[in-house]
Design a protein around this ligand. Sequence first.
Ligand code: CAA
Length: 401
Amino acid sequence: MDFQLSDMHNEVIDLARQFAERKIKPIIAEADREARFDRSILDDMAEIGLLGLCFPEEYGGGGVDYISLGLACEELEYIDTSARVVLSVHIGLAGLPIFTWGTEGQKSKYLPLLTSGGMIGAFGLTEPNAGSDVVGIQTNADKVDGGFILNGEKMWISLSDAADLFLIFAWTDRDKKHKRDHSGITGFLVERNFGGVSTGDIKGKLGVRAGKTGFISLDDTFVPEENVLGGIGNGFKVAMFCLDQGRYTVASGATGLIRACYDASVEYANTRKTFNVPISHHQLVQEMIAKMYAGYEISRNLYLKAGWMKNKGIANTRATSLAKWIACEQAEAAASDAVQVHGAYGFSDEYPVERYYRNAKGSSIYEGTREIQKLIQAGYSLKFRRDRPGRKELPTWPFEK
Ligand code: CAA
C-alpha cells in the first residue's frame, strides 16, 4: 500500500488549485450573491485541459488517472462547489459513460469535442416526479424508422442551459419493468440541435448559486439509432454506471469543502478573541476543529480508495457510494461548525462559510441522496445487492496506446 501521491497527481493538484485561485476565487462571492453563471469559465477550463483530464490522449484528453480527477475536484470545491460541478457532470456523467459504453463511432465523434470544450455534456435522468426512483421516469422513446422520437421533461439538471450534448434516459419498452431487469430503459446521446430540445434555468436555489441547474424539455425530438448509448434496454445499468462516476466527484469535491471549512475556521479561531484570548484557546472550539480535521481525513481516504479501485477496473459501487455518503455528511457537519466558529460573522456573507453551509446541503441530495447511499450500503451488507461478474467498469488506467 502506498499513500504517496505521484508527480502526476501533484501536477493536477497545482493545475486545478491555480485555476480556482485565479479564475474562481476573485469572482465567486459576487457571482453567488447574484446567482450568476459565467460561461467563460468553461472555456478557461477547456483551455488548460481540465475538461479532458482522465481521457486518453488520442481523444484529446490529458491521459491522467481517475485519482487525478478526484484530486482536481477536491481543489475546485475548496474554492467553490459550482466549479467542481462542471467536472462532475461534463466528465463523470457524460464523458466517462461515452468512453466506457460508447461505440467507436460515438467515441471518435464526441470525446474530442468534450475534451476540448467544443461541446459541454449534461446528464438527463431526474424528472419532476422521479429522482431516487429511477424507474419512475416518464420520458418515452418511440421507435421510428432510423431512430427514436423522444418526449419528456428532465428536471434538476446541472449545466442544462450550458450543455450541447445530453445523455437522456427514456423508456423504450414500458412492459419490461421487472425489478431485476429494468431493461425497458435506454440511454440516448441527444444533441441540442436535434430539434425539439429546450432548456431553462431554475431560480431561487439554496446553494450552488454560481452554477447552472435547470430543466430539459424534449418535444418530438428525433434521435438517430446510432446515438443509443450502451445498447437498447441497458439504460438502467448505464445510468447506475454514470452515478458511480458522478458520486466519486461529489465525494472528492465535498472533501475539498471540508478542507475549506477547516482552514477558514483555524484562521478565524486564531485571530478572533473572546475573554481576552483567541477563541482557539477554548476547548469547545477546539473540538469543532478537531472534528473537521477527522472528517477531512476520513473522506479523503475513502475517495482515494474508490479512485484507486477505478484505476484498476475493480467494481467500486459500494466504495464510491460510501465515500459519497460520508464525505457529504461530513461536509454538512463541517460547514455547520464553521459557521458556529465564526459566530455572528459566519451568519453573513462577509465570510465564505455561509456559502459553504448552503452548498454543503446540496451534496447530500444530488446524485443519490444520503438515504439512497445508506440503502446501497445496507444492500451490500445484507447480501441482496452484489456486483455481478462481467459488469462494465471504467477502462483501466494507464490507458493502452
Ligand atoms: N453499475 C452497473 N450496473 C448496476 C449498478 C452499477 N453501479 N447498480 C445496479 N446495477 C444493475 C444491477 O446489477 C441489476 O442488474 P442485474 O439484474 O443484471 O444484476 C440492475 O442494475 C438493477 O439493479 P438493482 O436491483 O440494484 O436496482 P434497484 O432498483 O434495487 O436500486 C437504486 C437502484 C440504488 C435505488 C437506484 O435506483 C439509485 O441509485 N437511485 C438513485 C438515483 C439517483 O442518484 N438520482 C439522482 C440523479 S442526479 C441528476 O439527475 C441531476 C444532475 O444533473 C446531477
